[in-house]
Design a protein around this ligand. Sequence first.
Ligand code: C2E
Ligand code: CA
Ligand code: CA
Length: 666
Amino acid sequence: MEHEQQYAGIESRIVAGFLIVLVLMGILAFLGLRHISEADQRLKQIVDNNNHKTELAHTMLTALHERALSMHALSIMADPFDKDAEMQRFSGYASVYLSARERLEQMPLSSREREILRRISRLMRDSNHEVQAIVDMSMENGNGALFERIRNSGLPLQRKIAAGVNDLILLQRELTDIAVKNADASYLKVRNLMVALVAAAVLIGLLITLYVSRRAGQQARRLRVQAMHDALTGLPNRSLLQDRIEQAIAHARRSGQPFCIALMDLNRFKEVNDTLGHDVGDELLREVSRRLTRLVRAEDTVARMGGDEFVLVLQGIGEPGIPRFAEKLRKALEPAFLWGKQGIDISASTGMALFPRHAEDTRSLIRYADIAMYMAKRSGRDHAVYAPDQEQISRDMLSLKSQLREAIHSDQLVLHYQPKIDHRTCRVIGLEALARWNHPEKGLLAPDNFISLAEEAGLIEDVTRWVLKTAIAQLSLLHASGHVLNMGANLSPRNLHDLGLPATIATLLAGNEVSAEHLTLEITENAVMSNAADALAILGKLDRMGITLAIDDFGTGYSSLAHLRQLPVDEIKIDKSFVIGMEENENDAVIVRSIIDLAHNLGLKVVAEGVDTRDAWDTLTILGCDHSQGFYMSEPLPAGELLQWLAEWPAIARAALQPQRHELPA
Ligand code: C2E
Ligand code: CA
Ligand code: CA
């Protein structure tokens, strides 16, 4: 959507740019045309002026001509009246000439025109004298001498003046020619400039189009590559994987060779992300993609499906080749991934499906590999090959999810309570409430079968509320019957995002008249180490209410005791894997010992879980462990068996826990 808007923005900007260019070209055209019309105007003015001047010069010429004729007439006329009349006409022509010349002189003149006019005036002045003499002579009655004089001196002078005026006329013609030529040249210049500019604009437009379309082509190619690859690891993504599998199918059909689709999902990747941050998670994914790429052959494909899921297309690998490949894969992932000084173990669950044995199309192959992967995860193995009955099992998981929704509301969940025993007094100090699902068809299901399901299905908040409600009600009953014990309940990491949780608990405690000091909430270390603001706020509130907070499964995550010191934690529960392994594995014994010592140094109580032998109990007593729970003392008990068990416990304890030679203190 956002992208579309971006593109729309670009489009309108390009159109706007184009319009601006059009407007600029319009302005250019307008300027050019205006220039032409101005030149036109100027030309018209020049031509008008020249025509006017030519006209005046013609008037002068005609006047001169008429005067010459008049002069002739005077010389041959005898009648004094006629002469007088002719004389009148003669001077009339002179004044016509003069007025024309004066008007000419008032017009804007070039130097050449002025030059010619000066010459004409000079000639005129020179001729005046002669003309006057001729006029005078004619008045004294005509004779041959006058005629001669007119012919020899008067007329030639007149002709010279006429020639001067003619020059003026010729000059006007010449000037008009020049002006027209200039205007022509100016039109031509403008036209050429316009043509050149338009040609340049078209050329530049073409170049821009060419450049843009080439860039667009490159960009499209790059986008195609990007669209086909995962940005984080550079591996082929889901859609390219699809292509590759189709190619592998076509190839396998031709060659008759099988191939294997392996879908790999990292274990506990989410924890790494949550506790160490996304940067570490991203780097871990890159490292895994490098190791996988190194592992496979050139014709194989390693793709990332998103999240922490990878898919391998392994050419030529059939059923017999799988164990060897699985071993290679395990070895490749074995070296811990180093982040600073911290080593993070990588492990994965891989599901495999074979072409053509399990399926012959892409979709089914991936789906079967996915089912096999799920099975590998469920059974805690690092890989599993698809088997048709697995599909039924995974379908069951789906229906289980929807059944769980119902179970919460129809009282199919039950709590069993496992006692916690104090090492010094051997007395029961509390219970841990552990959920069970009394499934109508499958019987009693352990929490490992449905807690993560509840988390996936978004039902964990409901489960937790139900557990707290039931456990606190049970605690109230126990208190009423004289057993003032503590009650522990487990929280899921997701519960630490539920800001309403503290208020819910407060209401439950008040409603059952139980004080907060009798409630312990157990949270896994990774849930508290995520450092999410919500989680810290909720923990702070619970602590201020007086509830005991315990870190569950301690030792399996990435936190350190030093980190925990900053949290409002009261108790550490050592993960049962260390306690169970303690007797055989020296390493586990060292870990248990140091957890107890460090926790005590920080003022924290230590609870051990998974105590299922007498030896374990004794060792923990020696190490100074505060409380323990485990099958050796008691399995988690249904509510109905609690009171009886609590009544019998002192006797059991005497037999099972006390050092043989000593008596239980009174
Ligand atoms: P957990 O909190 O570590 O609980 C202790 C688990 O160890 C219980 O398994 C308990 O039956 C088992 N256990 C006790 N003593 C021994 C022993 O001596 N040896 C061995 N091998 N195991 C022993 P359970 O009840 O199956 O619970 C498994 C996990 O399910 C719990 O681990 C807890 O993380 C989760 N869980 C149980 N109930 C709830 C619940 O109400 N809410 C949440 N969020 N998680 C729960
Ligand atoms: Ca627990
Ligand atoms: Ca535990």
